[in-house]
Design a protein around this ligand. Structure first.
Ligand code: RB5
Length: 143
C-alpha cells in the first residue's frame, strides 16, 4: 500500500477528516498534516506543507482539500515536481493519472459530497500513469 498525505484548510477540515479515516480503514498509511479544526487558516500554508512532504519522499501521493479545491491546486502547482489535479468527477481523476501522472488530488469540500469524494479518490489511487507520449509531455512541465 502506498503512503498518502492529506491536508486541508478550515473549509475542507470535515471532509479531510472523513477521507483520512476512510483511507485508514482501507489499510493505507495516511499522514494528516492538518488543519486540526474548522478555525480559519490560510490554504497556501497547508498546500506548501504537503508538497514539501511529498517532494522529500515521505509519501507518494497527496490529497489537498479547501472550499473549492482551486486555492489548493493553484498553490500546489507552484512546486516543481508537483502535478496537482482538481477533480470534480471520477473521469478527471482517471485521466489526471493516465495522462498527467498527477501526484496530488485536490477536492472542493463545498461542492463534493463525501460519497462522491470517495469515488474520485479511489479512482485517483487505483489508476496508473500510461507513460509513452504522456511521459514526454510530463517531462516538459519541469523544463
Ligand atoms: C475559504 O473561505 C476558501 O476561500 C478556501 O477554502 C478555498 O476555497 C480557496 O480557494
Amino acid at each position: 500500500m502506498i503512503k498518502i498525505a492529506i491536508a486541508s484548510d478550515h473549509a475542507g477540515f470535515e471532509l479531510k477528516s472523513k477521507l483520512r479515516d476512510y483511507l485508514k480503514d482501507k489499510g493505507y498509511s495516511v499522514t494528516d498534516l492538518g488543519t486540526d479544526s474548522d478555525k480559519s487558516v490560510d490554504y497556501p500554508e497547508y498546500a506548501n506543507k504537503l508538497c514539501s512532504y511529498l517532494l522529500k519522499g515521505e509519501c507518494e501521493k497527496g490529497v489537498l482539500i479547501c472550499g473549492t479545491g482551486l486555492g489548493m491546486s493553484i498553490a500546489a502547482n507552484r512546486h516543481k515536481g508537483i502535478r496537482a489535479a482538481l477533480c470534480t468527477i471520477p473521469e478527471y481523476a482517471k485521466l489526471s493519472r493516465e495522462h498527467n501522472n498527477a501526484n496530488v488530488l485536490c477536492l472542493g469540500a463545498r461542492f463534493i459530497p463525501f460519497e462522491q469524494a470517495t469515488v474520485i479518490l479511489d479512482t485517483f489511487l487505483s489508476t496508473d500513469f500510461e507513460g509513452d507520449r504522456h511521459q514526454r509531455r510530463v517531462d516538459l512541465l519541469d523544463k
